[in-house]
Write a protein that binds this ligand. Sequence first.
Ligand code: FES
Length: 265
Amino acid sequence: MKSGGVRSGTRAAITAAHLRTDRWWLAPAATAAGLLAFVVYSTWRAFSNSDYYAAPYVSPFYSPCLAENCEPMRNGPNWEIFGSWWGLSPALLVLIFPLGFRLTCYYYRKAYYRGFWASPPACAVAEPHKKYSGETRFPLILQNIHRYFFYAAVPVAGILTYDTVLAFRNEDYEWGHMGLGTLVFLVNIVLIWAYTFSCHSCRHIVGGKLKHFSKHPVRYRAWRLVGRLNARHMQLAWASLVSVALADFYVYLVASGVFDDPTFF
Ligand code: FES
């Protein structure tokens, strides 16, 4: 474990904590506030175990529904893998996958290391901790499983796509319905896929370990596409985080009777 960091004897002897004169604290503070707001909202919704289905919409926090105690849903995957012994909210059974995906994401790691642990607070601002072991030890070494969360995130995004397709049916199983909720779900699923494909692990899976791109033209094209998304990974991380919360909130409002879903046709 290395110690000292910017205060070690090998570094320039500058007494000031840092030499930045701009409002460097604004970005980590805003990041921490945004993440905290999402954590509070999603925790409330995940444990509430109610108002997550308003035909034809299923909250993305509760899909697929894997427990016997799920609300009866005519739309959306409802697989009762967990029997009557499961008494908690069914959202807790599925949220582990998107949560793990985001928690181990390269961007979110940077965001919460800076926002919550000040490690470091910002570029060229010394961190307050005396010791630094990076991600070489437990528990942070577990961040290496991000690739496997990516594998889990893909089928979850596939199921949310299925839910979005079913949002084009009305309560009587007839196709051709489109409400405001359908649009909310469409925007959300596009952003979810864009975020998922922009993942650094995805980029490596698609284009990594190749010696000659010229011999793998399909993978090369896919890698270029993923690379373009990857350059926007931070923006997509935030946009999809907001959109998934909004999609859930929309279902909550309709399911709890605050308003009826405006229908276009
Ligand atoms: Fe962010 Fe994989 S690096 S989702």
